[in-house]
Design a binder for this molecule. Structure first.
Ligand code: RIB
Ligand code: CA
Length: 298
């Protein structure tokens, strides 16, 4: 079973569509967080993705509208003001009542310890709030697989920081120090999993999810770029096919300054070790993504 914590967002949307269409996940809910856009937009988009695939049985629950201790970063220039690059999806149901950190905690308390994985595709604010306010439940998390950080590559927020971690450095520091089974999926890997126009053409028409994913990725293309990185889908791909990735163990501290590299992860022998993906079979990953999006359901 999985809970997807997300800030849709174009690549989040592709990741969620894969999780829903592939049949490889029992998705308990989509919890939303402010990140790429504000909480109202990310929550509406989560509902739209569920409506597109007729998954009204899965709730979307709104979470944190701002980082723990600083203003958020606006990414509308990449994802568009609607967060979906103008791709039209059906309106979803109103969000499930409640607050995401509490909702996640309740699900964790109800299920056998370790039986729910959390797939985190945006800033880690909701996870940190759950750690702070529901520590008993947080201890019951299975795997926590997080798209975030950059180890050797250049950053996409600051010179050495990645957007999700830079949005909420304090939350990131709390989560990485909590002693959970954390796997970080950094830009070093996600930038290698790239969709080009040929890939989009092969997706188009294979299923409702595949066609929507092709449109969402196409909206991601800017000023004639030849390909676009599929950051968030790598979390789902690792969850179902870890053999496609090389991992290492590393302890990090997090830059929680207010400088240009806020949110950067710094190797720190004294920290709690987490797993970090360091390489990927990009062809295998793209093939798996395409297969999962194109899965037909009876
Ligand atoms: O740095 C990439 C991450 O930031 C992805 O999760 C993308 O959706 C944006 O939120
Ligand atoms: Ca995201």
């Amino acid at each position: 079973m999985v809970i997807i914590d997300t800030d849709p967002g174009l690549d989040d949307a592709v990741a969620v569509l894969f999780a829903l269409q592939s049949g490889r996940f029992e998705v308990l809910g989509l919890t939303t967080v402010a990140g790429n856009l504000g909480i109202d937009v990310t929550t509406r988009n989560a509902g739209r993705l569920l409506a597109l695939l007729d998954r009204g049985d899965i709730p979307a629950i709104a979470g944190a509208g701002a980082p723990l201790a600083r203003p958020g970063i606006d990414e509308a220039d990449i994802h568009g003001d609607d967060g979906l690059g103008g791709v039209l999806l059906p309106e979803g149901a109103p969000p499930f009542p409640g607050f995401a950190p509490s909702w996640i905690a309740d699900r964790l308390r109800e299920a056998p310890a370790g039986s729910i994985d959390i797939l985190a595709l945006g800033p880690l604010t909701n996870i940190a709030l759950m750690l702070r306010d529901h520590a008993d439940a947080a201890a019951r998390i299975g795997r926590l697989i997080v798209m975030g950080g950059v180890v050797r590559d250049k950053g996409n927020a600051g010179p050495h920081s990645e957007f999700n971690f830079a949005c909420d450095p304090e939350a990131t520091a709390m989560v990485l120090a909590a002693g959970l089974d954390v796997t970080i999926v950094p830009l070093d890997v996600t930038r290698k999993v790239r969709a080009d126009r040929e890939y989009l053409a092969a997706l188009n028409g294979k299923s409702t999810a595949a066609t929507a994913a092709a449109e969402l990725i196409a909206a991601y293309f800017k000023d004639g770029r030849e390909s676009r990185p599929l950051h968030d889908p790598c979390v789902m791909l690792y969850a179902v096919a870890p053999e496609l990735f090389n991992t290492t163990k590393q302890s990090f501290s997090v830059d929680i300054s207010h400088g240009a590299d806020a949110g950067a992860v710094l190797p720190n022998a004294g920290g709690f070790p987490v797993s970090v993906l360091m390489d990927v079979d990009a062809t295998g990953a793209l093939d798996l993504l395409g297969q999962g999006l194109s899965t037909s359901h009876p």
